[in-house]
Design a protein around this ligand. Structure first.
Ligand code: PPE
Length: 309
């Protein structure tokens, strides 16, 4: 998805011009995928632009860095400040996507990452709907991928490691080339894990089910957690249960969640219509509540917003 440059990127503690935020071709992470990252959204509210669950995202970033034994030369408070700063200095008052990245620089080669310099960047840009306006409104078409989600003992699936996303990219390309919007990945045990950059939910008999994130090798999504809270507050029971692909084929409703994607109905899985092929009532209610919450329109979720100021 093309992005329009903004003015400044926060890079190793300073704001630099967009065009100057460059690295050497022998950057360790470019060769070995040895980075960790986050995806965060900011939204306009009646009290100014606010970042949704910024501290939770930065905490997950540090948790990913810990898994990869990266010694980050900044504190989480520094990166919270940097994230707000890139929104502010780039005038992104209408909301944006924020991408913090911790990676290993150049000067060392080989598979031992420990001697490498740990570098940190935070960029922000304006990003529209990730799976399309039509997808958000009417639902997307999903295909079970021939690529499996990682085994948690092959790579740390609980961390958001850059290199691990080749798996998501392969699945995404396969689904797009076959004419679908998104891929659903199964874990090595055949159970449903997640989509290429989103967690997945089904609705059956008025209850919401989503895979147990760590056991299914899925990332523990912050949007997933937010949706679980919203559902509980709406009086809808949510449980983490092992699912197989037919649970999606026969669900009353299905949807996926992610920071970039937000809350997106699933209207078909492997050419089987989910429910009547239109966003169902529970999905719609959750989606509307989520969009209101991120824009500061729901008092009970105000704590999720961190104002840029
Ligand atoms: N699973 C994966 C594999 C994943 O990458 C994401 C976020 C999620 C689940 C949902 O997590 P959360 O955002 O905390 O609800 N994917 C990010 C990357 C997208 C990209 O294209 O890059 C995102 O949504 O920002």
């Amino acid at each position: 998805m093309p992005i329009t440059p903004t003015e400044k990127i926060w890079f190793d503690g300073e704001l630099v011009d967009w065009d100057d935020a460059n690295v050497h071709v022998l950057t360790h992470s470019l060769h070995y995928g040895s980075g960790v990252f986050e995806g965060i959204r900011a939204y306009p509210t009646s009290s100014g632009v606010a970042v949704f669950r910024l501290t939770d995202h930065i905490n997950r970033l540090f948790s990913s860095a810990k898994v990869f034994l990266m010694d980050v030369p900044f504190s989480s408070a520094d990166l919270v400040r940097a994230s707000k700063e890139v929104v502010r200095v780039n005038g992104l008052d209408q909301g944006c996507y924020i991408r913090p990245l911790i990676f290993l620089g150049d000067g060392e080669m080989g598979l031992n990452p420990l001697p490498c310099a740990v570098r940190v960047a935070v960029a922000a840009w304006s990003w529209g709907t990730y799976l399309g306006d039509e997808g958000i409104r009417n639902g997307i078409r999903l295909k079970v991928s021939s690529w499996q989600r990682h085994d948690p003992n092959a790579v740390p699936t609980a961390a958001k490691g850059t290199g691990m996303y080749v798996n998501s990219s392969l699945a995404k390309v396969e689904a797009l080339k076959a004419g679908y919007d998104e891929a659903l990945l199964l874990a090595p045990d055949g159970r449903v894990s997640e989509c290429t950059g989103e967690n997945v939910f089904v609705v059956r008999g008025g209850r919401i089910l989503t895979p147990p994130t760590s056991a299914s090798g899925a990332l523990a999504g912050i949007t997933q957690q937010s949706v679980e809270t919203i559902a509980a507050d709406l009086g809808v029971e949510v449980s983490h249960e092992a699912l197989v692909r037919t649970d999606l084929y026969t669900a009353d409703e299905a949807f996926l969640t992610g920071t970039a994607a937000e809350v997106v109905p699933i209207r078909e899985v492997d050419d089987r219509m989910v429910g009547d092929g239109r966003p169902g009532p529970i999905t719609t209610q959750i989606q509307q509540t989520y969009f209101a919450a991120v824009r500061g329109e729901v008092d009970r979720y105000k704590d999720w917003l961190e104002y840029v100021g």
